[in-house]
Ligand binder design. Structure first.
Ligand code: UDX
Length: 449
Protein backbone atom coordinates (compact mmCIF):
# COMPACT_ATOMS: atom_id res chain seq x y z
CA UNK A 1 0.00 0.00 0.00
CA UNK A 2 3.09 2.23 0.03
CA UNK A 3 2.37 5.50 -1.78
CA UNK A 4 -1.25 4.65 -2.56
CA UNK A 5 -3.74 7.45 -2.00
CA UNK A 6 -7.32 7.19 -0.76
CA UNK A 7 -9.74 10.10 -1.28
CA UNK A 8 -12.48 10.49 1.32
CA UNK A 9 -15.58 12.71 1.30
CA UNK A 10 -17.87 13.08 4.36
CA UNK A 11 -21.44 14.33 4.73
CA UNK A 12 -20.93 17.69 6.47
CA UNK A 13 -22.79 16.78 9.67
CA UNK A 14 -21.08 16.01 12.99
CA UNK A 15 -22.38 12.44 13.33
CA UNK A 16 -21.07 11.65 9.82
CA UNK A 17 -17.82 13.64 9.96
CA UNK A 18 -16.54 11.89 13.10
CA UNK A 19 -16.57 8.31 11.77
CA UNK A 20 -15.19 9.31 8.36
CA UNK A 21 -12.29 11.22 9.90
CA UNK A 22 -11.65 8.30 12.25
CA UNK A 23 -11.58 5.98 9.23
CA UNK A 24 -9.14 8.33 7.45
CA UNK A 25 -6.89 8.15 10.51
CA UNK A 26 -7.08 4.37 10.61
CA UNK A 27 -6.14 4.11 6.91
CA UNK A 28 -3.29 6.58 7.39
CA UNK A 29 -1.85 4.43 10.14
CA UNK A 30 -2.17 1.43 7.81
CA UNK A 31 0.11 3.20 5.34
CA UNK A 32 -2.23 4.98 2.90
CA UNK A 33 -1.88 8.61 1.89
CA UNK A 34 -5.04 10.56 2.60
CA UNK A 35 -6.92 13.28 0.72
CA UNK A 36 -10.10 14.66 2.24
CA UNK A 37 -12.65 16.61 0.22
CA UNK A 38 -15.02 18.63 2.37
CA UNK A 39 -17.67 21.26 1.75
CA UNK A 40 -17.08 24.83 2.90
CA UNK A 41 -20.18 24.37 5.08
CA UNK A 42 -19.41 22.63 8.42
CA UNK A 43 -15.78 22.08 7.51
CA UNK A 44 -13.24 20.89 10.03
CA UNK A 45 -9.97 22.69 10.60
CA UNK A 46 -7.34 21.04 8.35
CA UNK A 47 -4.60 21.87 10.86
CA UNK A 48 -6.09 19.20 13.17
CA UNK A 49 -5.01 16.60 10.58
CA UNK A 50 -1.63 17.71 9.24
CA UNK A 51 -1.03 14.26 7.71
CA UNK A 52 -4.03 14.68 5.35
CA UNK A 53 -4.34 16.76 2.25
CA UNK A 54 -7.59 18.81 2.37
CA UNK A 55 -9.70 20.14 -0.51
CA UNK A 56 -12.69 22.42 -0.09
CA UNK A 57 -15.70 22.58 -2.39
CA UNK A 58 -18.48 25.17 -2.21
CA UNK A 59 -21.93 24.26 -0.95
CA UNK A 60 -24.28 27.16 -1.48
CA UNK A 61 -27.00 27.04 1.13
CA UNK A 62 -29.72 29.65 1.16
CA UNK A 63 -30.92 31.44 4.28
CA UNK A 64 -33.90 29.11 4.45
CA UNK A 65 -31.89 25.87 4.28
CA UNK A 66 -31.85 24.45 7.76
CA UNK A 67 -30.17 21.13 8.48
CA UNK A 68 -32.10 20.45 11.64
CA UNK A 69 -35.39 21.55 10.10
CA UNK A 70 -35.43 19.08 7.20
CA UNK A 71 -32.56 16.59 7.04
CA UNK A 72 -33.96 14.83 3.96
CA UNK A 73 -34.19 18.07 1.98
CA UNK A 74 -30.63 18.81 3.10
CA UNK A 75 -29.16 15.48 1.93
CA UNK A 76 -31.01 15.68 -1.39
CA UNK A 77 -29.62 19.15 -1.88
CA UNK A 78 -26.16 17.92 -0.98
CA UNK A 79 -26.38 15.23 -3.66
CA UNK A 80 -27.49 17.67 -6.33
CA UNK A 81 -25.41 20.76 -5.44
CA UNK A 82 -22.12 18.95 -4.87
CA UNK A 83 -22.03 17.01 -8.14
CA UNK A 84 -20.26 19.61 -10.29
CA UNK A 85 -17.79 20.98 -7.69
CA UNK A 86 -16.96 17.49 -6.43
CA UNK A 87 -16.37 16.22 -9.97
CA UNK A 88 -14.01 19.14 -10.68
CA UNK A 89 -12.13 18.63 -7.43
CA UNK A 90 -11.88 14.86 -7.91
CA UNK A 91 -10.61 15.34 -11.45
CA UNK A 92 -7.96 17.84 -10.31
CA UNK A 93 -6.65 15.48 -7.60
CA UNK A 94 -6.51 12.61 -10.10
CA UNK A 95 -4.63 14.66 -12.66
CA UNK A 96 -2.21 16.32 -10.21
CA UNK A 97 1.25 14.96 -11.09
CA UNK A 98 2.51 15.72 -7.57
CA UNK A 99 -0.08 13.35 -6.06
CA UNK A 100 0.54 9.64 -5.77
CA UNK A 101 -1.69 7.05 -7.42
CA UNK A 102 -5.30 7.06 -6.19
CA UNK A 103 -6.39 3.59 -5.08
CA UNK A 104 -10.06 4.34 -4.40
CA UNK A 105 -12.69 6.82 -3.29
CA UNK A 106 -14.48 6.37 0.05
CA UNK A 107 -17.65 8.40 0.55
CA UNK A 108 -20.56 8.33 2.95
CA UNK A 109 -23.33 6.04 1.66
CA UNK A 110 -25.62 9.08 1.84
CA UNK A 111 -23.55 10.71 -0.95
CA UNK A 112 -24.87 8.35 -3.62
CA UNK A 113 -24.07 10.76 -6.48
CA UNK A 114 -20.34 10.04 -6.01
CA UNK A 115 -20.76 6.53 -7.48
CA UNK A 116 -21.39 7.94 -10.97
CA UNK A 117 -18.42 10.33 -10.61
CA UNK A 118 -16.14 7.47 -9.56
CA UNK A 119 -17.39 5.33 -12.47
CA UNK A 120 -16.76 8.14 -14.92
CA UNK A 121 -13.09 8.34 -13.87
CA UNK A 122 -12.76 4.57 -13.62
CA UNK A 123 -11.95 4.71 -9.89
CA UNK A 124 -13.59 2.25 -7.51
CA UNK A 125 -15.75 3.59 -4.68
CA UNK A 126 -16.30 2.16 -1.20
CA UNK A 127 -19.34 3.36 0.73
CA UNK A 128 -19.01 4.17 4.41
CA UNK A 129 -22.24 3.68 6.34
CA UNK A 130 -21.96 5.60 9.58
CA UNK A 131 -25.00 4.09 11.29
CA UNK A 132 -26.05 0.58 12.31
CA UNK A 133 -26.82 -2.25 9.88
CA UNK A 134 -30.19 -2.80 11.57
CA UNK A 135 -31.27 0.77 10.81
CA UNK A 136 -29.92 0.65 7.25
CA UNK A 137 -31.96 -2.48 6.52
CA UNK A 138 -35.03 -0.83 8.03
CA UNK A 139 -34.54 2.19 5.75
CA UNK A 140 -33.93 -0.06 2.75
CA UNK A 141 -37.22 -1.85 3.51
CA UNK A 142 -39.29 1.36 3.36
CA UNK A 143 -40.47 0.86 -0.26
CA UNK A 144 -41.58 -2.68 0.65
CA UNK A 145 -43.31 -1.41 3.79
CA UNK A 146 -45.15 1.11 1.65
CA UNK A 147 -46.25 -1.66 -0.73
CA UNK A 148 -47.53 -3.64 2.25
CA UNK A 149 -49.48 -0.56 3.43
CA UNK A 150 -47.57 0.01 6.71
CA UNK A 151 -46.91 3.46 5.23
CA UNK A 152 -48.40 6.04 5.46
CA UNK A 153 -48.35 5.40 9.18
CA UNK A 154 -51.71 5.16 10.92
CA UNK A 155 -51.87 6.61 14.43
CA UNK A 156 -53.94 3.62 15.62
CA UNK A 157 -51.32 1.06 14.49
CA UNK A 158 -48.13 2.58 15.86
CA UNK A 159 -47.69 -0.08 18.58
CA UNK A 160 -48.08 -3.01 16.18
CA UNK A 161 -45.03 -5.12 15.35
CA UNK A 162 -43.60 -5.38 11.83
CA UNK A 163 -42.85 -9.10 11.33
CA UNK A 164 -40.55 -8.29 8.37
CA UNK A 165 -38.40 -6.09 10.64
CA UNK A 166 -38.73 -7.81 14.02
CA UNK A 167 -38.37 -6.60 16.76
CA UNK A 168 -39.31 -3.18 15.33
CA UNK A 169 -42.77 -1.75 15.75
CA UNK A 170 -44.55 0.47 13.25
CA UNK A 171 -43.65 3.53 15.32
CA UNK A 172 -39.94 2.72 14.94
CA UNK A 173 -40.06 3.42 11.22
CA UNK A 174 -41.56 6.76 11.99
CA UNK A 175 -40.72 8.97 9.07
CA UNK A 176 -38.22 11.77 9.17
CA UNK A 177 -40.15 15.02 8.96
CA UNK A 178 -39.75 16.52 5.51
CA UNK A 179 -41.66 18.94 3.31
CA UNK A 180 -42.43 16.27 0.70
CA UNK A 181 -42.85 12.65 1.99
CA UNK A 182 -41.96 11.27 -1.46
CA UNK A 183 -38.48 12.76 -0.97
CA UNK A 184 -37.74 10.07 1.61
CA UNK A 185 -38.36 7.33 -0.95
CA UNK A 186 -36.34 9.20 -3.56
CA UNK A 187 -33.44 9.43 -1.11
CA UNK A 188 -33.66 5.83 0.13
CA UNK A 189 -33.93 4.36 -3.39
CA UNK A 190 -30.90 6.37 -4.54
CA UNK A 191 -28.83 5.48 -1.47
CA UNK A 192 -29.65 1.77 -1.82
CA UNK A 193 -28.82 1.84 -5.54
CA UNK A 194 -25.52 3.67 -4.88
CA UNK A 195 -24.62 1.17 -2.14
CA UNK A 196 -25.34 -1.83 -4.38
CA UNK A 197 -23.21 -0.33 -7.15
CA UNK A 198 -20.27 0.34 -4.81
CA UNK A 199 -17.23 -1.91 -4.53
CA UNK A 200 -17.95 -2.60 -0.87
CA UNK A 201 -19.34 -1.18 2.36
CA UNK A 202 -17.38 -0.21 5.45
CA UNK A 203 -19.50 -0.47 8.59
CA UNK A 204 -19.12 1.33 11.86
CA UNK A 205 -20.23 -1.73 13.81
CA UNK A 206 -18.82 -5.02 15.04
CA UNK A 207 -19.86 -8.56 14.30
CA UNK A 208 -20.80 -9.57 17.83
CA UNK A 209 -23.32 -6.77 17.87
CA UNK A 210 -24.99 -7.26 14.48
CA UNK A 211 -23.98 -10.68 13.15
CA UNK A 212 -27.37 -11.71 11.74
CA UNK A 213 -28.01 -8.28 10.24
CA UNK A 214 -24.59 -8.34 8.59
CA UNK A 215 -25.42 -11.72 7.02
CA UNK A 216 -28.80 -10.39 5.88
CA UNK A 217 -27.17 -7.34 4.33
CA UNK A 218 -24.51 -9.39 2.54
CA UNK A 219 -27.13 -11.70 1.10
CA UNK A 220 -29.27 -8.85 -0.17
CA UNK A 221 -26.56 -6.49 -1.40
CA UNK A 222 -23.89 -8.91 -2.63
CA UNK A 223 -20.98 -6.51 -2.08
CA UNK A 224 -17.93 -7.07 0.14
CA UNK A 225 -18.46 -5.87 3.72
CA UNK A 226 -15.96 -4.58 6.24
CA UNK A 227 -17.27 -4.17 9.80
CA UNK A 228 -14.13 -2.68 11.31
CA UNK A 229 -15.22 -0.99 14.46
CA UNK A 230 -15.41 0.50 17.00
CA UNK A 231 -13.68 3.22 14.88
CA UNK A 232 -13.50 5.77 17.66
CA UNK A 233 -11.40 3.45 19.80
CA UNK A 234 -8.53 4.17 17.43
CA UNK A 235 -8.73 7.98 17.81
CA UNK A 236 -10.66 10.67 19.74
CA UNK A 237 -13.78 12.02 17.97
CA UNK A 238 -13.61 15.45 19.53
CA UNK A 239 -10.64 16.37 17.39
CA UNK A 240 -13.12 16.56 14.46
CA UNK A 241 -15.61 18.50 16.54
CA UNK A 242 -17.38 21.41 14.84
CA UNK A 243 -18.07 23.02 18.23
CA UNK A 244 -15.45 23.66 20.90
CA UNK A 245 -15.82 20.97 23.60
CA UNK A 246 -16.06 22.42 27.10
CA UNK A 247 -13.19 20.78 28.95
CA UNK A 248 -14.53 21.99 32.30
CA UNK A 249 -16.98 19.07 32.02
CA UNK A 250 -14.07 16.82 33.00
CA UNK A 251 -12.87 18.89 35.96
CA UNK A 252 -16.48 18.98 37.22
CA UNK A 253 -16.70 15.18 36.83
CA UNK A 254 -13.44 14.84 38.79
CA UNK A 255 -15.31 16.18 41.84
CA UNK A 256 -18.17 13.66 41.60
CA UNK A 257 -18.46 10.22 43.17
CA UNK A 258 -17.63 7.17 41.06
CA UNK A 259 -20.48 6.00 38.76
CA UNK A 260 -22.81 8.66 40.16
CA UNK A 261 -23.39 11.00 37.20
CA UNK A 262 -26.01 10.67 34.47
CA UNK A 263 -24.76 12.36 31.28
CA UNK A 264 -27.39 13.74 28.93
CA UNK A 265 -26.86 14.54 25.25
CA UNK A 266 -29.07 14.38 22.19
CA UNK A 267 -26.29 14.62 19.61
CA UNK A 268 -25.89 17.36 17.06
CA UNK A 269 -29.12 17.34 15.02
CA UNK A 270 -32.08 16.39 17.19
CA UNK A 271 -34.28 19.25 18.35
CA UNK A 272 -36.74 19.35 21.22
CA UNK A 273 -39.42 21.90 22.06
CA UNK A 274 -39.64 24.22 25.03
CA UNK A 275 -42.07 22.00 26.93
CA UNK A 276 -39.82 18.95 26.53
CA UNK A 277 -36.85 21.04 27.65
CA UNK A 278 -38.70 21.97 30.86
CA UNK A 279 -39.69 18.36 31.54
CA UNK A 280 -36.09 17.18 31.10
CA UNK A 281 -34.84 19.92 33.45
CA UNK A 282 -37.43 19.04 36.12
CA UNK A 283 -36.84 15.31 35.68
CA UNK A 284 -33.11 15.76 36.20
CA UNK A 285 -33.50 18.04 39.21
CA UNK A 286 -36.13 15.80 40.83
CA UNK A 287 -34.08 12.62 40.31
CA UNK A 288 -31.52 13.99 42.85
CA UNK A 289 -28.83 12.30 40.74
CA UNK A 290 -25.78 14.38 39.69
CA UNK A 291 -26.11 15.28 36.00
CA UNK A 292 -24.06 16.70 33.13
CA UNK A 293 -26.38 18.02 30.44
CA UNK A 294 -25.32 19.12 26.93
CA UNK A 295 -27.56 21.94 25.70
CA UNK A 296 -26.02 23.00 22.41
CA UNK A 297 -27.13 26.07 20.48
CA UNK A 298 -29.98 24.80 18.33
CA UNK A 299 -31.21 21.99 20.63
CA UNK A 300 -34.30 24.04 21.39
CA UNK A 301 -35.11 26.46 18.59
CA UNK A 302 -35.25 29.92 20.19
CA UNK A 303 -33.27 28.69 23.21
CA UNK A 304 -32.08 32.18 24.29
CA UNK A 305 -35.46 32.63 25.96
CA UNK A 306 -34.71 29.57 28.07
CA UNK A 307 -31.58 30.91 29.74
CA UNK A 308 -33.40 32.07 32.91
CA UNK A 309 -35.12 28.67 33.12
CA UNK A 310 -31.82 26.87 32.80
CA UNK A 311 -30.35 29.12 35.51
CA UNK A 312 -33.30 28.13 37.72
CA UNK A 313 -32.65 24.39 37.21
CA UNK A 314 -28.98 24.86 37.99
CA UNK A 315 -29.74 26.81 41.14
CA UNK A 316 -32.04 24.04 42.34
CA UNK A 317 -29.51 21.36 41.48
CA UNK A 318 -26.58 23.28 43.05
CA UNK A 319 -23.33 21.33 42.90
CA UNK A 320 -25.23 18.34 41.53
CA UNK A 321 -25.86 19.84 38.10
CA UNK A 322 -23.71 21.07 35.24
CA UNK A 323 -24.81 22.30 31.80
CA UNK A 324 -22.38 22.75 28.89
CA UNK A 325 -22.85 23.76 25.25
CA UNK A 326 -20.73 20.88 23.95
CA UNK A 327 -18.73 18.24 25.79
CA UNK A 328 -15.69 16.12 24.98
CA UNK A 329 -18.19 13.25 24.85
CA UNK A 330 -15.86 10.28 24.59
CA UNK A 331 -13.77 11.46 27.54
CA UNK A 332 -16.94 12.22 29.49
CA UNK A 333 -18.35 8.73 28.90
CA UNK A 334 -15.02 7.17 29.83
CA UNK A 335 -14.78 9.15 33.09
CA UNK A 336 -14.97 7.09 36.29
CA UNK A 337 -17.71 9.38 37.68
CA UNK A 338 -20.08 8.73 34.78
CA UNK A 339 -22.58 6.02 35.67
CA UNK A 340 -25.18 6.26 32.88
CA UNK A 341 -25.88 7.94 29.56
CA UNK A 342 -29.19 9.45 28.48
CA UNK A 343 -28.92 9.64 24.69
CA UNK A 344 -31.07 10.19 21.62
CA UNK A 345 -29.86 6.85 20.22
CA UNK A 346 -27.56 8.36 17.55
CA UNK A 347 -25.32 5.56 16.36
CA UNK A 348 -21.99 7.17 17.34
CA UNK A 349 -23.29 7.90 20.82
CA UNK A 350 -24.71 4.38 21.14
CA UNK A 351 -21.39 2.79 20.15
CA UNK A 352 -19.41 5.16 22.39
CA UNK A 353 -21.64 4.16 25.31
CA UNK A 354 -21.31 0.43 24.57
CA UNK A 355 -17.54 0.79 24.39
CA UNK A 356 -17.46 2.31 27.87
CA UNK A 357 -19.84 -0.28 29.30
CA UNK A 358 -22.38 2.46 30.16
CA UNK A 359 -26.03 1.44 30.27
CA UNK A 360 -28.37 3.94 28.60
CA UNK A 361 -31.66 5.71 28.66
CA UNK A 362 -32.69 6.22 25.02
CA UNK A 363 -34.98 8.94 23.81
CA UNK A 364 -35.01 8.63 20.00
CA UNK A 365 -36.02 11.73 18.06
CA UNK A 366 -35.89 10.82 14.37
CA UNK A 367 -34.55 8.52 11.66
CA UNK A 368 -32.12 5.72 12.56
CA UNK A 369 -32.32 6.63 16.26
CA UNK A 370 -35.65 4.80 16.62
CA UNK A 371 -34.37 1.52 15.23
CA UNK A 372 -31.06 1.81 17.13
CA UNK A 373 -33.04 2.33 20.32
CA UNK A 374 -35.28 -0.68 19.66
CA UNK A 375 -32.14 -2.82 19.44
CA UNK A 376 -30.59 -1.23 22.55
CA UNK A 377 -33.70 -1.96 24.61
CA UNK A 378 -35.14 -5.17 23.12
CA UNK A 379 -32.21 -7.05 21.54
CA UNK A 380 -29.04 -6.14 23.44
CA UNK A 381 -31.11 -5.17 26.53
CA UNK A 382 -28.63 -2.54 27.67
CA UNK A 383 -30.87 0.50 27.91
CA UNK A 384 -34.25 1.87 28.94
CA UNK A 385 -36.44 3.05 26.08
CA UNK A 386 -38.37 6.22 26.83
CA UNK A 387 -41.20 5.46 24.44
CA UNK A 388 -43.84 7.90 25.52
CA UNK A 389 -43.89 11.67 25.62
CA UNK A 390 -41.14 13.37 27.58
CA UNK A 391 -42.55 13.77 31.09
CA UNK A 392 -40.71 14.67 34.31
CA UNK A 393 -42.13 11.79 36.43
CA UNK A 394 -41.22 9.21 33.82
CA UNK A 395 -37.73 10.69 33.46
CA UNK A 396 -37.18 10.62 37.22
CA UNK A 397 -38.29 6.97 37.38
CA UNK A 398 -36.09 6.00 34.41
CA UNK A 399 -33.02 7.63 36.00
CA UNK A 400 -33.65 5.74 39.27
CA UNK A 401 -34.16 2.44 37.39
CA UNK A 402 -30.91 2.97 35.51
CA UNK A 403 -28.68 4.34 38.25
CA UNK A 404 -29.95 2.64 41.38
CA UNK A 405 -32.22 -0.28 40.50
CA UNK A 406 -31.59 -3.99 39.97
CA UNK A 407 -32.66 -3.59 36.35
CA UNK A 408 -29.81 -1.06 35.82
CA UNK A 409 -27.39 -3.51 37.40
CA UNK A 410 -28.45 -6.25 35.00
CA UNK A 411 -28.12 -3.92 32.01
CA UNK A 412 -24.64 -2.95 33.17
CA UNK A 413 -23.67 -6.62 33.30
CA UNK A 414 -24.85 -7.13 29.70
CA UNK A 415 -23.27 -3.96 28.32
CA UNK A 416 -20.02 -4.77 30.06
CA UNK A 417 -19.91 -8.05 28.22
CA UNK A 418 -20.56 -6.23 24.89
CA UNK A 419 -17.76 -3.79 25.76
CA UNK A 420 -15.38 -6.70 26.29
CA UNK A 421 -16.43 -8.26 22.99
CA UNK A 422 -15.83 -4.92 21.24
CA UNK A 423 -12.35 -4.73 22.74
CA UNK A 424 -11.57 -8.31 21.74
CA UNK A 425 -12.58 -7.49 18.14
CA UNK A 426 -9.91 -4.82 17.93
CA UNK A 427 -6.99 -6.91 19.12
CA UNK A 428 -4.74 -8.53 16.50
CA UNK A 429 -6.60 -11.69 15.45
CA UNK A 430 -9.98 -10.20 16.49
CA UNK A 431 -12.78 -9.93 13.90
CA UNK A 432 -12.60 -6.14 13.43
CA UNK A 433 -8.83 -6.31 13.17
CA UNK A 434 -9.03 -9.07 10.56
CA UNK A 435 -11.67 -7.11 8.68
CA UNK A 436 -9.35 -4.11 8.69
CA UNK A 437 -6.48 -6.23 7.33
CA UNK A 438 -8.85 -7.51 4.65
CA UNK A 439 -9.91 -3.94 3.82
CA UNK A 440 -6.29 -2.74 3.53
CA UNK A 441 -5.34 -5.53 1.16
CA UNK A 442 -8.61 -5.19 -0.81
CA UNK A 443 -7.83 -1.48 -1.41
CA UNK A 444 -4.19 -2.01 -2.28
CA UNK A 445 -4.42 -5.27 -4.23
CA UNK A 446 -7.88 -5.28 -5.81
CA UNK A 447 -9.31 -1.77 -6.03
CA UNK A 448 -6.14 0.00 -7.08
CA UNK A 449 -5.59 -2.21 -10.14
C1 UDX B 1 -26.83 11.65 13.36
C2 UDX B 1 -27.63 10.37 13.68
O1 UDX B 1 -28.47 10.50 14.75
C3 UDX B 1 -26.71 9.19 13.80
O2 UDX B 1 -27.38 8.03 14.20
C4 UDX B 1 -26.09 8.98 12.46
O3 UDX B 1 -25.30 7.83 12.43
C5 UDX B 1 -25.28 10.22 12.14
O4 UDX B 1 -26.12 11.38 12.16
P1 UDX B 1 -26.07 12.80 15.68
O5 UDX B 1 -27.51 12.99 15.90
O6 UDX B 1 -25.21 13.97 15.75
O7 UDX B 1 -25.83 12.00 14.31
O8 UDX B 1 -25.62 11.75 16.81
P2 UDX B 1 -24.42 10.75 16.98
O9 UDX B 1 -24.40 9.72 15.91
O10 UDX B 1 -24.51 10.25 18.33
O11 UDX B 1 -23.11 11.63 16.80
C6 UDX B 1 -22.79 12.69 17.63
C7 UDX B 1 -21.28 12.76 17.77
O12 UDX B 1 -20.95 14.01 18.36
C8 UDX B 1 -20.71 11.67 18.65
O13 UDX B 1 -19.49 11.18 18.11
C9 UDX B 1 -20.43 12.37 19.98
O14 UDX B 1 -19.33 11.88 20.69
C10 UDX B 1 -20.16 13.78 19.52
N1 UDX B 1 -20.55 14.73 20.57
C11 UDX B 1 -21.87 14.91 20.91
C12 UDX B 1 -19.56 15.42 21.23
O15 UDX B 1 -18.36 15.25 20.95
N2 UDX B 1 -19.94 16.29 22.21
C13 UDX B 1 -21.23 16.51 22.57
O16 UDX B 1 -21.47 17.32 23.47
C14 UDX B 1 -22.23 15.79 21.90
Amino acid sequence: MKGLRVILFPVPLQGHINPLIQLADILYYWGFLISIVQTDFNSINPSTYPHSDFHSIPLSLSETDSVTGDVIAFVLKLNSCCTIPFRECFSSILSDPSKSRVACLITDAVLYFTQAVADEFNIRRLALRTSSICSFLAFAALPLLREKCYIPLQESQLEEPIPELAPCKIKDIHMIKTGNPDDIFRFITSMVRGTKASSGVIWNTFEDLERTKLAEFSQEFQVPVFPIVPFHKYCPAFSSSLLEPDESSLSWLDKQATNSVICVSFGSLAVINEKEFREIGWGLVNSKQPFLWVVHPGLVPGAQRLDPLLEGFLQMAGERGRVVKWAPQQAVLAHRATGGFWTHGGWNSTLESICEGLAMICQPVFGDQRVNTRYVSDVWRVGIHLENRIERGEIERAIRRLMAGEEGEEMRGRIWSLKEKGEACLRPGGVSYKSLERLASYISEVLSN
